[in-house]
Write a protein that binds this ligand. Structure first.
Ligand code: GRF
Length: 211
């Protein structure tokens, strides 16, 4: 069973939760969350954007809103496991110095090690582009299409020490069309992700979930 999940404190409009969003690519999910947060006053705000590459395109979404947005590349001066540990230590330092209360993985393409998951367990969320527990891993859309299923979707879940395996907070379904390729399916699923993830984060920060 491992270490317990400790959920974020219930936040309020007067005392919003401090969120960090972690990305690897274009950050359309990050942009959707930032738009959701800027439309009206929320009980959470994004104060930090981290990417695992200096050149991650999505960093611009944070920078455009004057949010601290930095790429932290993987060091390459030691063994693979030492580099990974050094990278995660840099991430942890940033999260601590920005007094982060909830970490939102939004297209972050690296698996976090158990030591850092343990530190954030219950305050670390992810969105995955399939109806978990079906099609975990990095190639969900490809596998959905080759399996020939007619429905897929997306899942928001708490992150545990496994891969795409933590407690599910919310899911939404999307049809798979006969003419779909990976790209068309990804676009359809992303549209739904951009609604589901901000709404679910809002409920989590309001104290609506219990385990
Ligand atoms: C999303 O589909 C998310 O579910 C997956 O990676 C994609 C990220 O897209 N984990 P973007 O970088 O937010 O555009």
């Amino acid at each position: 069973m491992g270490s317990p999940f400790i959920l974020p404190r219930p936040a309020s409009l007067q005392d919003p939760l401090r969120i960090a969003v972690m990305i690897s690519g274009g950050g359309s999910g990050l942009e959707a969350l930032l738009r959701f947060q800027s439309k009206e006053q929320r009980c959470h705000h994004t104060v930090l954007v981290l990417a695992d590459r200096i050149g991650a395109r999505g960093l611009s979404h944070g920078k455009n809103r004057s949010i601290r947005s930095i790429g932290i590349p993987i060091p390459d001066n030691a063994s693979k496991s030492e580099n990974r540990l050094a990278h995660e230590k840099l991430i942890q330092t940033e999260l601590e110095s920005s007094k982060i209360e909830l970490v939102v993985l939004s297209g972050y393409m690296r698996i976090l090690s158990p030591w850092i998951v343990k530190k954030w367990k219950g305050r670390l969320v992810n969105i995955h582009p399939s109806l978990l527990p079906d099609f975990p891993g990095a190639h969900a859309h490809r596998e959905v299409i080759s399996a020939g299923v007619s429905t897929t979707g997306c899942t928001v879940h708490l992150v545990d020490e496994g891969v795409d395996s933590g407690p599910i907070l919310a899911q939404k379904t999307v049809p798979v069309l006969p003419e779909d390729d990976e790209k068309s399916l990804q676009e359809r699923v992303k549209k739904v992700e951009h609604l589901l993830y901000p709404e679910t984060i809002d409920l989590l920060c309001s104290g609506e979930f219990s385990l």
